[in-house]
Structure formats: structure tokens, C-alpha cells
Design a protein around this ligand. Structure first.
Ligand code: SF4
Length: 445
């Protein structure tokens, strides 16, 4: 079990030297207990204390890396059950499948290459390719894995045959693929030594928590350190239940045996909605790496959107730089909108302004990354804030017509804005940005 702050404090040097960046040893001990500091930040700590503290200092869920180089992905190292308690650190990695018996494997790889998007100014990317082994042939498995490696993404190698996994793992050892899975003692005997020797992550899979804990202990005893946990293919209901239990055991009960990230195989149905539901549950409920047969942009984009929403820091709204943005080839006669610098709001407005095909200006006002109504109700958006943004961005140097279109939700600001911006006419725009194209085409003559 993890130690309390006071228990940790008793093992520290108690010199209050501040070298760790904390004002006192007690403050450092408390931070360590909350997993907000790392033991190596204290240069004075003794070897005995290090040994005693190592368990407490280790994250309750081990960080495991798949792949090598820039695109390597990490999972685990999470410290909370609920996002609002702090934040989640490692977004669920999405791996799309390509099968070694599929004549269309090359075409799938081409599709996989295109599964990269930008949303609210942030990249949403595919993280891995999962190579499956329906052929049952080791040679074909290795060959397909090598082809998949051309995408430059981490590989997940999935086979029912431990021998084939071993062959592919050895052939691609420098790529540090994830081997899935060791499903029994024989599988552990085949894969754990390879994991130890080459530093490859492996999936340990069992049908129940007890069986899983038992198999993980065997894998650890055989030298495997980089482990993912799995219950095998699971539909939405089972996935929800199993994943929640694993996270609770690791975080609430401090059960170190199951303190590893989770691997979810969501290939549960040919029905796209059921498969998407299973994948969505895996993202929402702590999946570290998820494997899916879904590969179309319309299936993957919503999953990536869900992931982006869950894995943003709830205490730090995503913001754009507050400034004057040019959309298209805007000039001094182009319409001028203002909105807030909350990314979701800004990019919604920008997208709809672009859709109007009328070059425009957007003044993103600094509201500390909050949306229009939130900012207005918290007095972060008022006529003074907008007037200051006008001055700072030298709006009048860029725009000559003196007309400002404001969000419909803050129509109530128009009177005070006209006072704060003498000579300007305030036009109330639509409440929803999706109405901007029609509004601007009708109103901006
Ligand atoms: Fe205490 Fe170590 Fe921090 Fe110094 S560096 S204040 S000894 S915890």
C-alpha cells in the first residue's frame, strides 16, 4: 500500500534545504504522497530511504511504452479515477487493424495513413497499427508487420500462436512492438523471456480478475516488466465493468499486481455502432491501447473527438492566442467578428466564417479560454475587455468600415459597446455560429 505523507516525511533528511523546489521536507513528502513529485527531486535522500520509499514513489499504474522513436506511445501512470480530480495523462492509443490474410491489406494501410485530423487547432492522430494473424502463418505475419511498419507508427502484433508472436517480435524487436497476448502459462513462458530480453511490452490476458492477477504474477516472475492487462474481446457492457474494476483495484486498493495499463480489443461485432460503442467505452473508461477494425474517417473521427475531450486538462481550457485573425484574403472592407479565445468557440466561429466564403476578420478576445456565455457571466467579457482588445490589436489599422458583429448570446452588450467604441456600429450576429454563413451573406452587403 502507498505510504502517507507523514510516513514518507519520517524517512526524509528533514533539513528543509529546498533543493527539491519545495519549501520544506514535509511539503515534499506531501507532494510525494499525492504523486505530484518524484523521489529523485531530493538529492539528499539516503539509499535506505530510497528503498523504503520506492513502492510509494512508484506510480500506482506503471507507465509502459510501445514503439520506438518520436511516435512511441505511452500508457499508464494515471493517478485518478475521475478526470475532474486532476487530469488523465496518456490518451488512449487507437490502433487500427490490418490482417495478414487480407488481400486488401495494402489498401487498409493507405486508409490508415489518412486518419489524422485537426480539431480546435490540435492534432488528432492515429497512434498504432495492429497486425492480426488470421493466416496462422509466421512468415506472412512478419511480412505484413514489416509493411505496416512503413507507416512509422508503433505496432501491435496480435496472434493466437505464441510461436508466431515470438517470430514477429524477434524480427521487429528494434521497433518495440506490443505482443498480444499471453493467454495462459504456455503463452507466458513463450513471451515473458522475450519481453525481458528485448524490452518488448506484452499483453497478459485472462477471463477473470483472479486469473489475470495470477497470470501477471507469473509473467513478472519470468522477467516481464512492461505489461498490459486484458480481458480479451469485450462488448460495451463487459468492457465498462472490467475496466472500471481494474482501475479501482490499482488506485483505490493499491493492488500492485494489476497496476498496469489496459489493452482493449474492441473487435466485438461487425456492426459499426456496436464496435464504435465498445471503442468509446474503452476511451471513456481507462483504455491504454485499443484495437479496432473501424477504419473509416466517419468512425474514427468521433472516437478521436471523444478522446480529445476526455484527455484535455479540465483545469486548463484549451485556448487560442488572443489576437486579430485574418480568415481568407480579408481587407479593410471585410466583416469583423469578435468572439472569445476558448479554442472550441474560436474554431467553431472560424469554420463557419470560412464556410461563408466571405473573407473576414475575427478578434479573439482574451477571456482566459472561457466560452462567450461563461465569460460574460463571470465578467471576463465586457465592453472594457473588448475595447482593450481593439486597442491592443490595432483593429482600426486593419478595418475601415467601423462595424463590429458581436455574438448573438451577448446582444445585451451592444449599448455599452457603442459607448466604449465611439463611432462604431454594433451588429448583433447569430447565437449559433452555424448561422454565420447565412447571416453574413444576407447582412453584409
Ligand atoms: Fe528536504 Fe530533500 Fe527537499 Fe531538501 S531536497 S527540502 S532534504 S526533501
Amino acid at each position: 500500500m502507498a505510504m502517507t505523507g507523514l510516513e514518507i516525511f519520517k524517512l526524509l533528511p528533514k533539513t528543509n534545504c529546498k533543493d527539491c523546489g519545495k519549501p520544506t521536507c514535509l511539503a515534499f513528502a506531501m507532494a510525494l504522497a499525492q504523486k505530484k513529485a518524484s523521489l529523485d527531486e531530493c538529492p539528499e535522500v539516503s539509499d535506505e530511504a530510497k528503498t523504503a520509499l520506492s513502492e510509494s514513489a512508484a506510480p500506482p499504474i506503471k507507465k509502459v511504452t510501445v514503439g520506438a522513436g518520436d511516435k512511441a506511445l505511452s500508457a499508464g501512470e494515471e493517478t485518478v479515477l475521475y478526470r475532474h480530480e486532476e487530469k488523465f495523462y496518456h490518451p488512449t492509443a487507437i490502433a487500427v487493424t490490418v490482417d495478414d490474410a487480407d488481400a486488401e491489406a495494402d489498401a487498409r494501410l493507405e486508409k490508415a495513413k489518412k486518419l489524422n485530423f485537426i480539431r480546435v487547432g490540435l492534432p488528432m492522430e492515429l497512434n498504432a497499427v495492429a497486425v492480426t494473424n488470421s493466416s496462422g502463418d509466421a512468415g506472412k505475419f512478419v511480412e505484413t508487420a514489416k509493411k505496416a511498419d512503413s507507416l512509422g507508427l508503433p505496432l501491435v502484433l496480435i496472434s493466437d500462436s505464441a510461436d508466431n508472436l515470438k517470430a514477429a517480435g524477434e524480427a521487429l524487436a528494434d521497433k518495440k512492438p506490443l505482443l498480444a497476448a499471453a493467454r495462459d502459462e504456455a503463452g507466458v513462458s513463450a513471451l515473458a523471456p522475450l519481453s525481458k530480453e528485448k524490452g518488448l511490452p506484452i499483453v497478459v490476458e485472462a477471463g477473470t480478475i483472479d486469473a489475470l492477477a495470477d497470470l501477471v504474477e507469473k509473467a513478472k516472475a519470468a522477467g516481464a516488466e512492461n505489461i498490459f492487462l486484458s480481458f480479451g474481446k469485450a462488448g460495451p457492457r463487459d468492457a465498462f465493468e472490467n475496466l472500471t474494476k481494474l482501475r479501482r483495484l490499482a488506485l483505490r486498493k493499491g493492488f500492485r499486481t494489476l497496476g498496469f495499463p489496459i489493452f482493449t480489443d474492441t473487435r466485438v461485432s461487425e456492426d459499426v455502432f456496436e464496435a464504435a460503442s465498445a471503442a468509446a467505452i474503452s476511451i471513456a473508461k481507462y483504455g491504454g491501447v485499443l484495437v479496432t477494425d473501424l477504419i473509416t474517417p466517419e468512425a474514427i473521427y468521433p472516437l478521436m473527438t471523444l478522446r480529445q475531450n476526455i484527455y484535455t486538462d479540465p483545469q486548463k481550457p484549451i485556448q487560442v492566442e488572443p489576437r486579430l485573425y485574418k480568415v481568407g484574403d480579408a481587407d479593410e472592407n471585410s466583416p469583423l467578428f469578435f468572439t472569445t479565445n476558448f479554442s472550441l468557440t474560436y474554431f467553431s466561429v472560424e469554420g463557419d466564417v470560412e464556410a461563408s466564403r466571405i473573407p473576414s476578420w475575427i478578434l479573439a478576445v482574451d477571456t482566459e479560454g472561457t466560452s462567450v456565455l461563461t465569460a460574460y457571466s463571470g465578467d471576463k467579457l465586457n465592453e472594457k475587455v473588448v475595447a482593450q482588445a481593439f486597442q491592443k490589436c490595432e483593429v482600426e489599422k486593419h478595418v475601415k468600415h467601423k462595424k463590429l458583429i458581436i455574438p448573438g448570446h451577448v446582444a445585451v452588450m451592444s449599448g455599452k459597446l457603442e459607448e466604449a467604441l465611439p463611432g462604431w456600429t454594433i451588429l448583433v450576429g447569430p447565437k449559433e455560429s452555424s448561422y454565420i454563413p447565412r447571416y453574413i451573406q444576407d447582412m453584409w452587403k
